[in-house]
Design a protein around this ligand. Structure first.
Ligand code: ADP
Ligand code: MG
Length: 717
């Protein structure tokens, strides 16, 4: 029977009880499922180390030598056995804390030591090593790479440790070696020099040597990333079959705003507007990601594109992740549009007028009614808001263009909902209306590999240029002991007329404590600066209060804004030149970068002060160093990916990948990803719906994946 059909219960060394646990713990139902549980590490048992060679990076090692001396310390439960191990030139320490009475050591005997060294003072020590007399060491013990499998507590209770898994898998090898059907076509395997699935599975579990293992892992990573890309690209192709509202016209409103701007657009802004307009006039529905570092001027690009849509007779909306940001966008848009809306009727009032409305969670029922009305009868051109925009009673006459700002705050589900918000133009057509064009904007730069997966179904535009005249923010890392210095600096900046943000971290698990931190910080600043006015802002405040505090800062009435991370995204106060981040060690890199992006928006030199404890972990120190070293969001994002691994990045946790990755790693396998994407795209170019006989296998595999990964598959069809 095929391994993919063989019930795990009937595999050797399993049985009903273990099978049950394998099913519930690892979702392993068949022999093939078990073969798809790849080892998470290997230990090279053919290599012998010298003590002098050990370094801090070593995991498990084996060393030949003898035990020269040992003694027990303490009594009863606290008893500890310490021994000195000597390899002929150097020595290290062996320690046992438990079962000391079972450790039998002999002098003058050659031992094989196996364990994990850790550095302590100037020597290495091994806690609970395996110590085997050399005379008992069999050749198998020191042969090749020993695989280690993930197991859970429940598995261990029934004796299923890594060794046991290994022996179950060993029993499957003869059948596996007869061959299993491949999941990737022979042409692709050949083109990219990849192992067959059979060979890869054999080698991943029982590698003959490191080369074979590497080849096997390469093939399995490729397979994973290939299917991920095949899925994403097929989605994209499906979407691109949709018609979109055609918006060929570059009309009066667009031109009027363009002409009224007090500055020239950057070349990057012009380029992305052209890219977006090309999509809008193509007749196909647009799904585009606009990436641009903080302060690169995305809002204006969004507004100009909205006007393209309005000029073509459509309504538009801009969705922001927070009320503060929605309010700010609303104010910004109104200001930009003033010259258009104040034009006298003689100058063609009809076509240059643009009406903007604001809808958030705190919009009262009384104020909602006219908005709903205006959306239905088409008198509102641009609706700015929070996810309140997604509510069912928000109905449009002709929604044609949607902007989602700071997408990393929204999940894929919300994007899908906007997609399905019909442009409701059924009045002039019996056909269902196409979905609106969608522009997703983010200031969280995403490394290429991630963009290809998380946003792999979007076309990407990048604003890679800041408006001229911006001075890069100077970043300084201080330990909190130097408060006096920080205060002196703050005083000087305020006396020069500048404003300052002071941000405190917020950990959701303990909001009370966090707010206390914030309140204390506020009190301290009030004491230190009785001559200045200070606003305070946090997520627990009522929207109206938040708005009022923000407004006082925006208007310049207060000089300092003490806040939690509610100001993290989007807030724009050009006169604020100092960003002070308290407990900077508690923030991730991309968050720090976002916060820093709040300053450096005007002509004055801006500063970012990272305040941390004196003692820092290695990772934290690295994060601070990167922040000090560069202002480049893409470099920071790459570093973030390397430091934290892909699973943990801000933007991805919420979006989720459509397929869980078991062996591939987006942080390190970017090159394989690029090739896998190419391979998938070649296939879809020939056969977008995977209907060819020769591509049947791909369609079948995707169907299987859909079943097993349905929770975040995010299908639209
Ligand atoms: P972000 O990309 O972070 O959303 P914003 O849209 O908030 O950036 O723009 C930051 C500031 O830069 C705003 O005050 C905006 O008016 C200004 N700005 C945008 N484009 C230009 C430009 N081409 N030249 C000068 N200033 C610009
Ligand atoms: Mg913005």
């Amino acid at each position: 029977m095929e391994l993919s059909q063989r019930d795990i219960t009937y595999c050797k060394n399993v049985g009903a009880k273990r099978a049950d646990i394998l099913r519930t713990e690892l979702k392993v139902y068949t022999a093939m499922d078990l073969l798809r549980q790849y080892p998470y590490k290997y230990i090279d048992r053919s290599r012998f180390y010298r003590i002098a060679e050990l370094d801090d990076e070593d995991t498990y090692v084996q060393i030949i030598g003898e035990v020269t001396e040992w003694h027990t310390i303490g009594i009863g439960r606290a008893q500890r056995l310490s021994a000195t191990f000597f390899d002929g030139t150097h020595q290290c320490e062996l320690v046992w804390f438990q079962g000391v009475q079972y450790v039998k050591l002999k002098q003058g005997v050659k031992y094989l030591l196996f364990g994990k060294p850790s550095r302590f003072n100037h020597t290495y020590n091994f806690v609970h090593p395996e110590l085997t007399p050399w005379s008992k060491v069999t050749p198998e013990m020191t042969q090749g790479l020993e695989p280690y499998y993930n197991t859970t507590e429940k598995m261990k209770k029934v004796g299923m440790n890594s060794k046991a898994i290994r022996s179950i898998i060993a029993e499957l090898m003869p059948d596996l070696k007869l061959g299993v059907p491949d999941t990737i076509g022979a042409d692709v395997l050949q083109k990219y020099h990849l192992m067959s699935l059979t060979q890869a599975l054999v080698s991943v579990h029982f590698p003959a040597n490191t080369q074979a293992l590497q080849q096997a892992r390469l093939r399995l990573k490729f397979e994973e990333l290939f299917y991920l890309q095949l899925h994403i690209l097929r989605q994209m192709k499906r979407r691109e079959q949709y018609d979109g509202f055609p918006m060929p016209l570059v009309g009066t409103r667009f031109h009027a705003l363009y002409k009224s701007l007090p500055f020239e657009l950057t070349n990057a802004q012009k380029r992305v507007i052209r890219e977006i307009h090309d999509d809008l006039k193509s007749g196909k529905q647009m799904n585009r990601l606009l990436q641009g570092d903080v302060g690169s001027g995305k809002t204006l690009v969004a507004l100009l594109c909205c006007l393209l849509a309005v000029d073509n007779g459509y309504q538009t909306c801009i969705m922001a992740p927070t009320e503060i940001l929605a309010n700010q966008h609303y104010e910004t848009l109104k200001k930009f549009l003033e010259p258009l809306n104040n034009q006298l009727p003689i100058t063609n009032h009809q076509s240059s007028h643009v009406s903007v409305a604001l809808l958030t969670g705190s919009t009262t029922a009384k104020n909602r009614a006219p908005i709903h009305q205006g959306l239905l009868n088409g008198t509102i051109h641009i609706l700015v808001g929070t996810h309140a925009l997604l509510e069912d009673d928000v109905q449009w006459k002709k929604l044609g263009f949607v902007v989602i700002d700071e997408q990393h705050r929204f999940g894929v589900a919300q994007r899908a909902k906007l997609w399905s918000k019909s442009g409701a133009s059924s009045a002039d057509s019996s056909l269902p209306a196409p979905p609106p064009h969608i522009l997703v904007m983010t200031a969280t730069p995403i490394p290429r590999t991630l963009a290809m997966t998380v946003y792999g179904d979007l076309r990407v535009s990048v604003i890679d240029e800041l408006p001229p005249g911006r001075k890069p923010v100077q970043t300084i890392h201080y330990s909190i002991q130097r408060r006096a210095q920080v205060y002196a600096f703050m005083r000087k900046q305020i006396e020069e007329g500048r404003q300052i943000y002071v941000v405190y971290p917020l950990i959701k698990e303990n909001e009370k404590m966090d707010l206390l931190d914030l309140q204390n910080g506020y009190n301290e600043l009030c004491e230190a600066f009785p001559q200045f006015r200070i606003s305070m802002l946090h997520g627990q405040m009522k929207a109206a209060d938040k708005d009022q505090q923000m407004q006082r800062f925006v208007s310049g009435e207060t000089q300092i804004l003490v806040s939690t991370t509610v100001i993290e995204v989007g807030v724009n106060v050009p006169n604020a030149t100092v960003m002070i981040i308290q407990n900077a060690e508690r923030f991730g890199l991309s968050q720090l970068h976002q916060l820093r992006g709040r300053v450096g928006r005007g002509a004055e030199q801006s500063f970012c002060l990272l305040l941390t404890d004196f003692e820092l972990s290695k990772d934290t120190r690295k994060r601070m160093d990167i922040m000090v070293a560069t202002n480049d969001g893409f470099r920071i994002a790459e570093a973030d990916l390397q430091l934290r691994g892909a699973g943990d990045l801000d933007g991805t946790r919420q979006s989720g990948l459509p397929i869980d990755l078991q062996i591939a790693n987006l942080a390190t396998d970017g090159q394989i990803l690029t090739i896998a994407r190419q391979a998938a795209s070649d296939i879809l170019d020939q056969d977008p719906l995977l209907e060819d006989q020769m591509n049947r296998i791909y369609k079948y595999q995707l169907d299987l994946l859909r079943v097993s990964q349905s929770y975040n598959w995010g299908e639209i069809s």
